[in-house]
Design a protein around this ligand. Structure first.
Ligand code: FES
Length: 142
């Protein structure tokens, strides 16, 4: 479980981002989170990169692949609206389902629980590097 050190008084208001099925939770102070060019500021990918949690991102967070695919299971109201470019790209994702989003595009504003799809679950590691998923990615559903 990844936890950044926060003053106890912040624990009631600090957003939490939880990844299933690993049940890894990242909490952060939105006022101090720094953007370092990994997807949109305060996106799931941005939060992951700042906390040493590896989420695959083959295109570098530019909405040009689907390797950062996550499925929002709880807290949809705490996520940004899907924009046209994300909508066009996520439709190409393997295992597309209700709640599918691109981690580099979805901005988080409160508590959110996401699931990492089966096909890339084994490629998630803390501090790991990007890798070529090759044939491990199933074909997109049409
Ligand atoms: S990292 Fe490529 S679309 Fe998100």
């Amino acid at each position: 479980m990844i936890r950044t050190p926060l003053p106890p008084s912040y624990n009631e208001v600090v957003p939490k981002l939880t990844f299933l099925p690993a049940n890894v939770t990242i909490d952060w102070d939105p006022d101090t989170l720094l953007y370092s060019e990994h997807g949109k500021p305060h996106s799931i990918l941005d939060i992951c990169m700042h906390h040493g949690f590896h989420l695959e991102h083959a295109c570098g967070g530019n909405c040009a692949c689907t390797t950062c695919h996550v499925v929002v299971k709880q807290g949809e109201s705490n996520t940004s609206e899907m924009e046209d470019d994300e909508m066009d790209r996520v439709e190409e994702a393997a295992d597309l389902q209700l709640g599918s989003r691109l981690g580099c595009q979805v901005v988080v504003t409160g508590d959110v629980v996401v699931e990492i799809p089966d096909w890339n679950r084994n490629y998630v590691s803390e501090g790991g590097g990007s890798m070529n998923l090759g044939d491990a990615i199933p074909a997109a559903k049409r």
